[in-house]
Design a protein around this ligand. Structure first.
Ligand SMILES: [Zn+2]
Length: 355
């Protein structure tokens, strides 16, 4: 390179640099930066993804709960425009669009800015017999004025040592968290290995109302912090809300592809009558059940008098040693992908008059 060319090239670089600085200066402190998922850069990839997963997610009933709204417009970013209730709704509506493109059946606790009582959110999902409950939220830090805390987290109910803990909630949380945090390019935060958190961390022994009261696999996502200096700016952009929804959508698709076992009694079991020595269940799953994942509990105590036939997926529980009277039966199983069933949990009455 000649000396004059060298000067010319460097002058060009310096001028370019100054121009970029000037441009940045014009936009004030605004710093909005995010990557488009590959399926957004190439629409064909998006179509392919949706087509690939439609067979697994079609006809599944997904209940989406955009947190807060109406009278409840708490958690507003320090800049004043990142309002949690509105961001939750934008992400929920974008997620609804993606799910409907894959022929899932979607219901929302609200599809506009309105007040919905906490207990009505899970009650509505129960009444619709939803397969999955997903509550969408955005976070705020514990200390006021903290503009630098930001991460993406997904919550499940209870902790493993508690009776209320259902592994399937944790399974679902892992699947959603993986794709959601990747789409947002956020970490899962410093208090968990994988960004999934027990709701007992926030409310010990109680958890979140919407997770505690839902009678189906349920998770609550905290997409990012509305209070973070930069995150708050991304969260007010509709395109970024769609990216976030795409992450949740991908996680849900992969979860359903991995299968979720369903435990069904062979006959009505509300009361088990005279001469009945066993209760039979069929376990339905698109993959295979891991026989030693089966956990049977009577009145929250582990019970081992059962057998499982992997050929016809028949689970037989021998009740010969169960005392007459009222009992709570709880069964969970897992498939080869490690996805657990939602527990089969029922109050049953056993009458003993063996002949
Ligand atoms: Zn919230």
């Amino acid at each position: 390179m000649t000396k004059s060319n060298y000067i010319k090239r460097n002058s060009f670089l310096i001028i370019s640099f100054l121009f970029i600085q000037l441009f940045n200066g014009c936009s004030g402190s605004r710093y909005v930066d995010y990557e488009l998922p590959k399926e957004f850069r190439n629409p064909q990839k998006k179509i392919e993804f949706i087509e690939k997963y439609t067979p697994y997610i079609k006809n599944k009933i997904i209940f989406i709960d955009p947190g807060h709204g109406g009278d409840d417009r708490r958690n507003i970013g320090f800049e004043g425009d990142a309002i949690e209730a509105d961001i939750n709704l934008n992400v929920a509506l974008a997620l609804t669009t993606f799910l409907r493109q894959a022929n899932a059946v979607v219901f929302l606790s609200r599809d506009k800015d309105k007040t919905v009582a906490l207990q009505d959110r899970s009650r509505l999902a129960d009444s619709l017999n939803a397969d999955i409950f997903i509550s969408i939220h955005h976070n705020a830090p514990g200390s006021i004025g903290d503009i630098w805390t930001n991460y993406t987290s997904t919550y499940y109910h209870a902790k493993p040592k508690y009776y209320e803990y259902n592994s399937v909630n944790h399974d679902l949380a892992k699947y959603i968290q993986r794709d959601l945090s990747y789409a947002m390019r956020n970490s899962g935060g410093p208090y968990s290995f994988d960004g999934t958190y027990s709701d007992y961390i926030i409310y010990p022994n109680d958890g979140f109302s919407v997770l505690r009261n839902s009678k189906m696999p349920a998770v609550l996502v905290e997409g990012g912090f509305t209070t973070h200096h930069y995150e708050s700016q991304r969260l007010t952009e509709l395109l970024f809300n769609r990216i976030e929804a795409w992450g949740i959508f991908k996680g849900l698709c992969r979860f359903f592809k991995a299968g979720m076992p369903i435990i069904k009694p062979v006959s009505d079991i509300d009361s088990i009558g005279i001469n009945n020595r066993e209760i039979n269940f069929i376990i339905e799953d698109s993959t295979n059940i891991i026989p030693n994942s089966i956990v049977v509990k009577f009145d929250s105590v582990k019970f081992n008098d059962y057998s499982f036939n992997a050929k016809n997926n028949l689970l037989k529980i021998d009740i010969t040693n169960i005392k007459e009277g009222e009992h709570i039966l709880k069964i969970t199983v897992a498939n080869i992908n490690g996805i657990h069933s939602f527990p089969f949990e029922r109050e049953i009455y056993i009458i003993k008059q063996y002949q």
